[in-house]
Design a binder for this molecule. Structure first.
Ligand code: NAD
Ligand code: DAU
Length: 331
């Protein structure tokens, strides 16, 4: 199989490439990545010899057409992915997430290529803390932020290209990922690296917001289950029943790093901050037989803390610029 992976130098994409090279030697991987502030070729260093890396933009129609013509399957991870950035500067989100997806869809339409679209549970908006409901594939779209609205727009483009043009596409909407190679702007790596630097972790608002955590390896094994056994035209929700509130996550990071569990600060809230996400992954589990391998969030988090401790050379170059951005926001 000739596999084109967009956004393969980012957090989830690089882990996907590592997993693919490790477990599927019959797959020939090409990565297309623009290396924005969020992309890092160093994340692909361990597999650099086994893949082809192309630096470029998913909205570059000529380049995308050339790469899609040489692929059997496209998995599209590339995106602007951080909610806080989308509130400060929405345009790159429209450009990459909407126009970039359109560009890929037109190329896979021309070449009849199988396409998998990586999306997020945030397209469904949020849930109340005391609501027993979880997101299902039938939940209406109701995105809150510029980031999630551009992801929702890209999902709708995929659905339209399936229905109108018969494109062979699947979509997955996953909950919050954690694990190695995640940019330090994101919640868990920001707090781990803050603790390493002697800075107190920072919780937005009251810290009661809930996210449904899944290890990145489990997200990516689900993507492979969809590529191998998923029905085209279908949407699959990926989640591992990992609901935790932000305060509990910070307390666990502090405990696992030997700090007092209350050594954090509450800071100003994110505007429009979604309260709770929760995924019902029944369809993925029953139809495709997928199960997560990382049973315990505590163990997965402990391993992630160890990874950041052991790989300071990877994250250190991102840290000052990231904290400078947060300082401007007062967070
Ligand atoms: P990330 O920000 O770590 O990586 C994004 C990658 O895309 C980077 O390597 C970046 O250089 C690249 N990129 C950005 N714009 C590009 C462009 N115009 N052309 C080519 N490459 C470009 O993001 P992530 O957290 O790995 O997320 C990957 C995908 O998974 C995104 O589509 C995101 O919406 C989705 N997702 C993320 C999560 C999560 O918890 N992180 C959960 C569900 C879904
Ligand atoms: O649900 C899937 C989504 O998860 C993905 O689509 C996004 O790409 C990904 O970034 C993530 O979005 P969130 O906004 O949930 O993730 P973030 O890591 O920014 O924040 C997680 C929670 O932690 C959220 O409630 C905000 C809060 N937070 C975040 C930071 C950076 C804090 O309390 N303090 C912080 O310093």
């Amino acid at each position: 199989m000739r596999l084109l992976v967009t956004g393969g130098a980012g957090f989830i994409g690089s882990n996907f490439v590592h997993q693919t090279v490790r477990e599927r030697p019959d797959v020939r991987v090409t990565v297309l990545d623009a290396l924005t502030y969020a992309g890092d070729e160093a994340s692909l260093a361990p597999v650099a010899e086994q893949i082809t890396f192309v630096r470029g933009d998913v909205a570059d129609a000529e380049l995308v057409d050339r790469l899609v013509a040489d692929a059997d399957v496209v998995v599209h991870f590339a995106a602007e992915s951080h909610n806080d950035n989308s509130l400060s500067e929405p345009w790159p989100f429209v450009q990459t997430n909407v126009i970039g997806t359109y560009t890929l869809l037109e190329a896979v339409r021309r070449h009849g290529t199988r396409y998998h679209h990586i999306s997020t549970d945030e397209v469904y908006g949020d849930l109340e803390l005391d609501d027993p409901a979880k997101f299902t594939p039938e939940t209406p779209y109701n995105p809150s932020s510029p980031y999630s609205s551009t992801k929702a727009a890209s999902d709708l483009l995929v659905r339209a290209w399936v229905r109108s043009f018969g494109v062979q596409a699947t979509i997955s909407n996953c909950s919050n990922n954690y694990g190695p190679y995640q940019h330090v702007e994101k919640f868990i790596p920001r707090q781990i690296t803050n603790v390493v630097d002697g800075i107190r972790p920072k919780l937005y608002g009251t810290g009661e917001n809930v996210r449904d955590w899944i290890h990145v390896e489990d997200h990516n094994s689900a993507v492979w289950a969809i590529l191998e056994r998923g029905r085209t035209g279908e949407t699959y929700l990926i989640g591992a029943d990992g609901e935790e509130n932000n305060k509990a996550v910070v307390e666990l990071i502090l405990e696992l790093t030997g700090q007092p569990r209350d050594a954090y600060d509450l800071v100003s809230d994110r505007p429009g901050h979604d309260m709770r996400y929760a995924i019902d992954s029944t369809k993925l589990r029953t139809e495709l037989g997928w199960t997560p391998r990382y049973g315990s969030f505590r163990d997965g988090l402990a391993a992630t803390i160890e990874w950041y401790r052991a790989n300071e050379a990877w994250w250190r170059p991102q840290k000052d610029a990231t904290e400078a951005k947060y300082a401007q926001l007062g967070r």
